[in-house]
Every structure is written in C-alpha cells, then in structure tokens.
Design a protein around this ligand. Structure first.
Ligand code: ADP
Length: 265
C-alpha cells in the first residue's frame, strides 16, 4: 500500500484539512513479478536448445566429424533443436501479441461440421502414424461467429495434444453441440468438446496446465516437440471469442477439454 499525504488549504490561506491518497500497488507488483518470471522462464527455455546445439557442434568440431554415423546423429540433434527453437520463438511472439491484444479479430459465420471435418483431415496423417482413430460428432447446420483462423488454432492445438498424449491405438474425438438457454431461441452458445483416451493429467496439475510453460512431464513434452505454450495460447484465443475453456481428466483413462463459445458477437 502506498500512502500520500498532502495539506489542503482554502484560497484565503486557511487550513481546510489533509488529503490522504491510498494506492493499492499489490496489483502492480504482482504484474511486475509475473513479467520478470516470464522473462526468466523464456531465457531458460531458450537456453536449453541453444546449449544442445552448441555442445554437439563443439563435439563435432573437436573430431567427432570423422565418424560418419556419430556425425549424422549429432547433426540430426542440432537440426531438431533448431526446429524446437524456431517453434518456441514463434509461440512466444504469438503469445505476447495475443496477450497485449494486438491481434485484430475477423469474425465471420463458421459452419461447424465442415470446419471440424477440415481440421481432422489436416491431422489424419499424424494420427495414422500412431494408429489413433479420429472421429467427430457434430450436428448439422450449427453456425457460430468466429475468427476462423483463430478457431482453427484452438481446435488444432487441442487435437494435436490429444494425439501427442495418447498412446498407439487410442481415440481422439471432437463433439459440437448447441447449448439452448432460452427455449424460444434456437441456441445462444455452442459447446466444443475435444476428448482423448490418453494418459490423462494428474489432479494436482489440472489447475495449472493453462499456465505458460507448465508441463506435467517436461521430458515427454520436449521429446514430442512441445513448447508448454500451446494451452495458454488456446485459453487466450478462447477468451478473445468471449468463451470459456475447462478440462476434466483421469490418469490412465484420458482427458476432455470443453469450450463454450457465444454464437454471436
Ligand atoms: P506442450 O507443448 O507441452 O504440449 P501445452 O501448453 O499444449 O504444452 O500443454 C501443457 C501440458 O499439459 C503438457 O505438457 C501436458 O503435460 C499436458 N497436456 C495437455 N494436453 C493433454 C492431453 N490431451 N492429455 C494429457 N496431458 C495433456
């Protein structure tokens, strides 16, 4: 709490009293702390792949280049880590743009059945590699006003996570259903559910998975190419549509992300 005292006097010079101004600076402090934590996290996340690139390049220069097989595997690591770095920087820039609301939204009507179908098509090859069955259950003629590119980002992110964190032979599903609030209006909101039969998320981690860089299992996320930023980007994008997102999960059984969006903006 910051306190400012200033004497107040009438025009004729007589004392009128004291003005006390109290500023609650906890919010400011908290924001500042969040900002410096973010910078510390970003630095750490960027340093890890850079250290790997540097280390393996050094070893190659020191002589490992002479053994063709070793050289090849080191170069593959350098390549993968550079890609990771690229994704990380892309996600950080994206998140900072979204958080500062510097992205223009372009709302237009989106028909959900064909929309979901297109997204599943995009991810079919990735799912096939793990023999994961992608399916959808979407009513006909459901329209919402959305920024289609942003909505795609939301759905693709959640579906990719579903595929990533589900073992071979599992299932990932998208459901879209209207939410009827007033019986005399068709529907005012729409629910999008993305569920998987994957590894699930421990109860203690559930409240934190939308935080930046939060990962239940760093090693697994890293090896699957994750940046730990996907879900925080998704949450912001849902909020830019004035919607909500929630998650339910059971370890070993699977996870279920539920998004609710208003139909009209
Ligand atoms: P990442 O790039 O690591 O996937 P996200 O922000 O997308 O980052 O997700 C944060 C963490 O939440 C992941 O590292 C993972 O531990 C967990 N997670 C997200 N989606 C799922 C899912 N469908 N099943 C199990 N765990 C998940």
């Amino acid at each position: 709490l910051e306190v400012n005292l200033s004497p107040m006097s009438h025009v004729d010079g007589e004392w009128a009293g004291v003005l006390i101004v109290l500023h609650d600076i906890t919010a400011m402090r908290r924001l500042e702390r969040m900002r410096s934590e973010f910078v510390a996290n970003v630095s750490h996340e960027l340093k890890t792949p850079i250290a790997a690139v540097k280390g393996f390049a050094e070893t190659l220069l020191a002589g490992a280049l002479n053994d063709k097989e070793t050289a090849k595997s080191f170069l593959q690591i350098i390549f993968d880590e550079s890609e990771r770095l690229n994704r990380l920087i892309g996600d950080i820039l994206e998140l900072s743009k979204i958080e500062s609301k510097r992205i223009p939204m372009h709302f237009s009507p989106v028909e959900m059945k064909s929309f979901v179908d297109r997204q599943l098509h995009m991810l079919k090859a990735e799912a096939d590699k793990k023999r994961i069955e992608l399916s959808m259950q979407v009513d006909d003629d459901i329209y919402i006003e959305a920024d289609e590119d942003r909505l795609r980002q939301i759905v693709i992110n959640l579906l990719s996570n579903g595929i990533n964190y589900t073992p071979e032979g599992g299932k990932v599903k998208v459901q879209v259903e209207p939410i009827v609030v007033h019986p005399d209006v068709d529907y005012e909101r729409v629910r999008i559910i993305i569920s998987d039969t994957g590894m699930g998320i421990p109860k203690k981690d559930l409240p934190r998975i939308f935080e930046r860089f939060y990962r239940v299992d760093k090693a697994r996320s890293r090896s699957s190419g994750g940046t730990g930023l996907g879900l925080s980007i998704v949450k912001h994008l849902v909020e830019l549509h004035k919607g909500t997102i929630s998650v339910e999960s059971e370890v070993g059984l699977g996870s279920r992300f539920t998004i609710e969006l208003p139909v009209i903006h």
